[in-house]
Design a protein around this ligand. Structure first.
Ligand code: 5GP
Ligand code: ZN
Length: 113
């Protein structure tokens, strides 16, 4: 989608810090992180939200989240993590391209999710 910021990132038109990529997903660091290591899993195809994503693709996205959570924990040394996903503006979605947030949590970090 031409006016979607995540599609532009996936197309390489806007720079991003990519931490993982495969044929189906790109994983980037959040530009306005809630905390150190806050990452976003993006499907490479434009799909707005959980209501429209192929459930099988949502499953693969969450399987990737589980793998990355372990790798990130090992590399970054945090203890806990929020994995979450917003759908629609009332629910707090601001970029209307499906994405999963991976937010490392540390004792006393003060993050509100
Ligand atoms: P949402 O509020 O839709 O669940 O999450 C959107 C996320 O995208 C926010 O955490 C926001 O900081 C992040 N974000 C917005 N614009 C950009 C950008 O241009 N680059 C990156 N890497 N993250 C962005
Ligand atoms: Zn998009």
């Amino acid at each position: 989608m031409s006016d979607c910021i995540f599609c532009k990132i996936i197309a390489g038109e806007i720079p991003s810090a990519t931490i993982y990529e495969n044929d189906e997903f790109k994983v980037i660091l959040d530009r306005f992180p809630s905390g150190e290591g806050h990452a976003l899993i993006l499907p490479k195809n434009h799909v707005p939200n959980v209501f429209e994503i192929d459930p099988a693709q949502a499953g693969r996205a969450y399987a990737l989240a589980a793998k990355l959570a372990r790798a990130m924990k090992e590399v970054l040394g945090f203890t806990d993590m929020n994995i979450l996903q917003n759908n629609g503006p009332i629910a707090g979605q601001t970029v209307f391209h499906f994405h999963i947030h991976l937010i490392p949590r540390r004792e006393g970090d003060g993050i509100n999710v």
